[in-house]
Design a protein around this ligand. Structure first.
Ligand code: PLP
Length: 416
């Protein structure tokens, strides 16, 4: 239940990649037959990714994954004296790059989310300055799954004459991607989050975007990313994208949302638990919230954060596979280990931070106190998750929670 960290290759993906490690091992830059076979495989993959993103083939730049795409977008566009607007809940691939850019004289504004984990487009607009060159906002948050209103932000960027980058690493394969509708100039995706291979990804670069390459060397990828193409990886990525597009249409996403909702409801039945980043916590006595699936064919809804209903809570759109929950009087890391011993893999924060003791920057930015943030776990289902997986987890989680609370000196009264 840690699909937001990474996913296994689907068998079709492995089969598609296999020949490109062995008999079709050519370098896509070589002019002999072996090289040309590799070159045309990369071209086909580029066309498939262009369909996945709804862009022109020439706008797809293959790279090593989400981290490289994010870094390329920021370092490729921003120069000293520029202003950059991003959010406090981005992945470290954006946040660490932004910190480095600040040292080089780029001014950065980090827009905070509301308590439900949503970024208000009006806050992005308020952060703009005449010298704002780039806005970067993620499509789906890796820890909460909350989908951000990228289409509205794209319109704000256009009106301001700023470039707009989307980190779509956690949204790709879970909701339809349409770079034209999003109004972005740049968008990063990564194969290993969508049942493709690790170490390969792509950056959408809208035609005419004056992006300086991060990697210098040969003239690969139309001089936008030097380095011999990872042909098996690229071919596998394209196959994964093709399968993801099918899954967006064939009922997989609502099925996954129903599984996630059942898992979530089962955990919420335990005392002293709650969801982070689904909706504003309910006030005591307020009616319970409807379960709403925002994912699937219809695309991404844009949620207004302008007002709250009377009961002080409202649902926000999330990807179908993710839920982030707090467990009072528990240390998230202890629960991760206890569940791991029972065969249930979950995450106590974003995968790239595992091992760190600091509470999640995303949950803190949403206003959770450190104790509650530390008590939180992310459950993220694979596309291939089954009812049996959820049944098993719902058997193991109460056992682990009860055991840890029983030995916790501060948990008296919350056993269960
Ligand atoms: N962006 C987000 C939102 C992510 O969740 C991740 C990985 O967890 C990345 C970027 C980095 O992607 P990659 O692992 O392909 O470098």
């Amino acid at each position: 239940m840690d699909a937001n960290a990474t996913t296994p290759l689907l068998p079709e993906v492995v089969e598609t990649m296999r020949p490109y490690w062995t008999e079709r091992f050519g370098n896509a830059s070589s002019i002999h037959l072996n090289g040309q076979q590799a070159h045309s495989a990369v071209d086909c993959a580029r066309a498939q990714l262009a369909e996945f993103l709804n862009c022109h083939d020439a706008e797809v730049v293959f790279n090593s994954g989400g981290t490289e795409g994010d870094n390329t977008a920021l370092f490729g566009l921003l120069r000293p004296g520029d202003h950059f607007v991003t959010t406090a809940i981005e992945h470290s691939a954006i946040l660490r790059a932004a910190e480095r850019l600040e040292k080089f004289g780029v001014a950065v504004t980090y827009v905070a989310p509301d308590p439900s984990g949503l970024i208000d487009p009006a806050e992005i607009e308020r952060a703009l300055r005449p010298e704002t060159r780039l806005i970067s906002v993620m499509l789906a948050n890796n820890e909460t799954g909350v989908l951000q209103p990228v289409e509205a932000i794209g319109k704000i960027a256009k009106a301001a004459g700023a470039f707009f980058h989307i980190d779509a690493v956690q949204g790709a394969g879970k909701v339809p991607i349409d770079v034209r509708r999003f109004g972005c100039h740049l968008l990063s995706i990564s194969a290993h989050k969508m049942h493709g291979p690790k170490g390969v990804g792509a950056l959408f670069v809208r035609r005419g975007t004056p992006l300086e390459p991060l990697m210098l060397g040969g003239s690969h990828e139309r001089r936008r990313r030097a380095g011999t193409e990872n042909v098996p990886g690229i071919v596998g990525f394209a196959k994964a994208a093709e399968l993801a597009m099918l899954a967006l249409e064939d009922g997989t996403i609502p099925r996954l949302a129903a599984l996630r909702d059942r898992l979530e409801a089962g955990i919420l039945a335990l005392p002293g638990t709650g969801v982070n980043g689904s909706y504003i916590p309910q006030t005591p006595g307020a009616p319970s919230l409807p379960r709403i699936c925002f994912c699937g064919k219809g695309g991404i809804p844009q949620t207004s954060t302008g007002h709250l209903p009377d009961n002080g809570c409202y649902p926000v759109p999330r990807v179908a596979n993710t839920t982030n929950l707090w467990f009072d009087h528990l240390e998230g890391e202890a629960l991760v280990i206890a569940l791991d011993l029972k065969g249930v893999a979950v995450s106590g924060g974003s995968a790239c931070h595992s091992g760190a003791t600091e509470p999640s920057h995303v949950l803190l930015a949403m206003g959770l106190d450190k104790t509650r943030a530390r008590s939180s776990l992310r459950f993220s289902l694979l596309r291939t998750a089954t009812d049996a997986d959820v049944d098993y987890a719902l058997k193991m989680i109460p056992e682990a929670v009860a055991h840890l609370r029983a030995i916790s000196p501060v948990a008296a009264g919350t056993a269960g």
